[in-house]
Ligand binder design. Structure first.
Ligand code: PLP
Length: 512
């Protein structure tokens, strides 16, 4: 095997302090070092070469860093000490519901009886898993007021696309070829993206001065070309759509369907149900509302629940009780097909069921009540320094604005968010929703205590004082974090996903 790093590798045994950069594993690599020794096969290389067709052989030895277990563990431990995470402290990232995820859910997902089962194993051998999935489907339907649900979609956006394909299948199944889907101007960016992917055209509906869907503007767009509307309630400003029953009536009147973006479900759990508001299709972000750590690109789950009339189009198979006892897989009659290779991100589903079951009774309602209480407490506490975009009761998150700070001291919402990192908190969401100038969206979630909320408010007060005394220091913040201010867009536009390691040029058989 080729050694990749410089001979001798870079030692990384001393703890990293301040801004010193952590070497990559390739830089630490020393030829011949191993963290793990695989037993070699007894099959001689020549025989192997005969067994494996030549086109399946790697053209060159695998380029991997060669490090000892000691250096490997040190490397990742040092990196974790430089991270901010939900387990470390408050993460008030609006719209993302970064709540603390109780560890018992991890214990459930770690259960060997669950995670050692192959998803392709026959139903007769996996009755426990089928029972778990059927039970979760039933509970999600009860929470949302829907009839049936698919657990397959792997995230919220995947749920949105699934929902739109269901909408399309429903209309086309009736010979009705509609082309437009309405979306309020406050919507999350994934909504219009999903509409386009689903083969529809987006029509934007303006919000009114109160931050809600403008019913007159909505009515003006409604005709028999409208397949449906995508909404989240509370909306992305954290405000409850008070005219939701009228909105639902108007959309249904022209034959359209109502799609509920369930990213904000944490606000209404156990209190009101999308089905009762008139929605026909609902996706849920289990990784937000039902306790799965997320945010670093980890697995999520975006089940989609539907009203009775859409059940026949759901992706299959679905786990359900068999007439003769036990559980079986069934495929809905006019299924749109699979939206996941297997049954979804199964261990996220197991976590969600554990979370729902342990909260039992009124527990989920208390989650929503505390989430809403915390957001309103924060909004009130900050009213003199960062006023709310809409001065009224909010739901689980509050959208504040830094317009005055910018006008008076040239300090932007982004600067406030960066300075918050120096104060030991994660930043709120900034510049979203797009319709709010200098938006700072805080979602404290139900898992934070009054003391933590007060500490966050004090940190923001200190930042505002700094804005008055030394605005320039805020424009350079953060200075005390491992990484200082970065170009916000460059990484996404110029993605470099690999270490710059030398590559062998001449192909060799990888049979040694
Ligand atoms: C309102 C809203 N809708 C949809 C999504 C998409 O969810 P996911 O990130 O799981 O794809 C998000 C994610 O933050 C959201 O906040």
């Amino acid at each position: 095997m080729n050694g990749i790093g410089a001979p001798g590798g870079r030692a990384a045994s001393a703890p990293l302090m301040g801004h010193e950069s952590e070497p990559t594993l390739f830089e630490m690599s020393v030829p011949g070092r191993r963290a793990f020794q695989l037993r070699t096969t007894d099959v001689p290389p020549l025989v192997l070469a005969e067994l494996i067709p030549v086109e399946h052989l790697a053209p060159a030895p695998l380029e991997v860093a060669e490090v000892s277990e000691r250096d490997l563990v040190g490397h990742f431990t040092r990196l974790t000490h430089r991270q901010y995470s939900v387990d470390l402290g408050m993460y008030p990232l609006g719209s993302c519901t970064m709540k603390y995820n109780p560890k018992f859910c991890d214990a459930v997902a770690a259960d060997e009886g669950l995670n050692s089962v192959h998803p392709g194993a026959p139903a007769v051998l996996t009755q426990g898993w089928l029972a778990l999935l059927a039970s979760l489907e039933e509970k999600l339907c009860a929470i949302t007021g829907m009839a049936r649900a698919t657990l397959q979609p792997a995230a919220g956006a995947a749920g949105e696309l699934t929902g739109l394909l269901l909408m399309r299948a429903y209309h086309e199944g009736r010979g009705d070829h509609r082309r437009r889907v309405l979306i309020p101007d406050s919507a999350h960016g994934t909504n219009p993206a999903s509409v386009t992917l689903g083969g529809y055209e987006v029509t934007t509906v303006e919000s009114n001065a109160r931050g809600l869907v403008d019913l007159a503007a909505l009515r003006a767009e409604l005709d028999d070309d409208v397949a449906g509307i995508m909404l989240t309630n509370p909306n992305t400003l954290g405000l409850f759509e008070e005219e939701i029953i009228d909105i639902a009536g108007a959309v249904h009147e022209v034959g359209g369907l109502l799609y509920y973006d369930g990213a904000n479900l944490n606000a209404i759990l156990g209190a009101v149900r999308p089905g009762d508001m008139g929605f026909d299709i609902v996706h849920m972000n289990l990784h937000k509302t039902f306790a799965t750590p997320h945010g670093g690109g980890g697995p999520g789950a975006g089940p989609v629940a539907v009203a009775e009339r859409l059940g026949e189009y759901l992706p299959g198979p679905l786990a359900q009780r068999a007439p003769g006892g036990g559980y079986e897989w069934v495929r809905p009659e006019h299924s749109i097909g699979r939206v996941h290779g297997w049954h979804g991100n199964a261990l996220v589903l197991a976590r969600a069921l554990a979370y729902i079951d342990v909260h039992g009774g009124d527990g989920l309602k208390r989650v929503a009540q505390h989430a809403v209480l915390n957001a309103n407490w924060l909004r009130e506490r900050l009213r003199d320094i960062l006023p709310a975009a809409h001065d009224r009761l909010c739901m689980h998150e509050c959208t504040l604005r830094a317009t005055e700070l910018r006008a008076r001291y040239g300090v932007r919402g982004l600067d406030v968010a960066k300075a918050l990192l120096e104060e030991g908190f994660h930043a709120p969401t900034v510049y979203f929703p797009l319709i709010v100038d200098e938006a700072l969206m805080f979602e404290p979630t139900e898992t934070e205590s009054p003391q933590t909320l007060e500490a966050l408010a004090c940190a923001l007060e200190r930042i505002v004082e700094r804005a008055k005394a030394d605005p320039e220091s805020l424009r350079r913040a953060p200075q005390t974090t491992p990484v200082s201010r970065v170009d916000e867009a460059r990484a996404a536009r110029h993605l470099v996903a690999t270490a710059d390691a030398p590559r062998p040029t001449s192909p060799t058989k990888a049979n040694s």
